[in-house]
Design a protein around this ligand. Structure first.
Ligand code: B12
Length: 216
């Protein structure tokens, strides 16, 4: 097997097996082969987790498997983050973004990647964490005079809080103060439009492009 293919397979298998050091080594070796850290994340790690999600749905994987893989990805992220931060373009602040995961939802791998990519692309990022209430997003956005509020959801049951946020901003007379962007597994551009969000972002690169557009 070609070296690149072997390293990709090693990374994916190590994540699924929870072999943290092997996963870290595979990520380093891919970077040595010229892979950009963000591409390792978006093109290799995300599909691996998505496939694991399908196995979970088919009852071929169980909750502990998801937890092991998520923990391993967090270790790999430390290896990737160094390269991402080295490529950082932080000459001036492009704007402030409040980001978090919707109430009832603890998935944070995607949200954290979006936050990091925004940060290294010059945004001041304020993370309200996971399982964050609609009012927690609004309070933080007011505190830091944010330009943008970004909400992440991986559960269909936590998505409705995105609509709640837009609604609450209207009720509180603050809808014009903040742009609202949404993303995460079950979220679609159609859903974003339906609830009156300003934009939907498919991945961390899209999130940076959208935020740049909003503040320019
Ligand atoms: C890892 C994982 C977990 C881990 C999470 C660990 C962690 N710290 O995040 C643990 C084990 C805790 C977990 C728990 C559960 N999980 Co889970 N999990 C996953 C899994 C396998 C991967 C998620 C992930 O990290 N993906 C990779 C990231 C990078 O992708 P992402 O979040 O989508 O982010 C990208 C984009 O969407 C975008 N993006 C994300 N956020 C934002 C925000 C903005 C503003 C923008 C612009 C863009 C953006 O950019 C990111 C980078 O590309 C998914 C499978 C899947 N298909 O996603 C299931 C999945 C999400 N889980 C699922 C379920 C059911 C659960 C549980 C209910 C299981 C249970 N029975 O307890 C619990 C719920 C816990 C809770 N209350 O939240 C289901 C959800 C089904 C649904 N539609 O509601 C999935 C889809 C699995 C499945 N196919 O059944 N899970």
């Amino acid at each position: 097997m070609e070296k690149n293919e072997l390293l990709k397979k090693n990374l994916s298998e190590a994540i699924l097996e929870g072999e943290e050091s092997a996963a870290g080594e595979a990520a380093k070796a891919l970077m040595a082969e010229g892979w950009k850290a963000v591409d390792i994340f978006e093109k290799l790690i995300v599909p691996t987790l998505t496939e694991l999600g399908h196995r979970f749905e088919r009852l071929e994987a169980y909750l502990p498997d998801l937890m092991i893989a998520a923990d391993t990805v967090k270790v790999v992220r430390k290896v990737l983050d160094d390269q991402i931060t080295d490529d950082s373009d932080r000459t001036k602040s492009r704007g402030a973004v409040v980001i978090g995961t919707c109430q009832g939802d603890v998935h944070d791998i995607g949200k954290d990647m979006v936050a990091l990519m925004l940060e290294v692309n010059g945004f001041d990022v304020y993370d309200v964490g996971v399982d964050a209430s609609v009012q927690a997003f609004i309070n933080k956005a007011e505190d830091v005079n944010a330009d943008i509020i970004g909400m992440s959801s991986l559960l269909t049951s936590s998505m409705p809080y995105m609509e709640d946020l837009v609604g609450q901003l209207k009720v509180q007379g603050k809808r014009d103060q903040f742009a609202v962007i949404v993303g995460g597994g079950p979220v679609t551009p159609e859903y974003a439009e339906k609830i009156g969000a300003d934009a939907y972002g498919r991945d961390s690169t899209a999130a940076v492009n959208i935020c740049n557009e909003i503040v320019s």
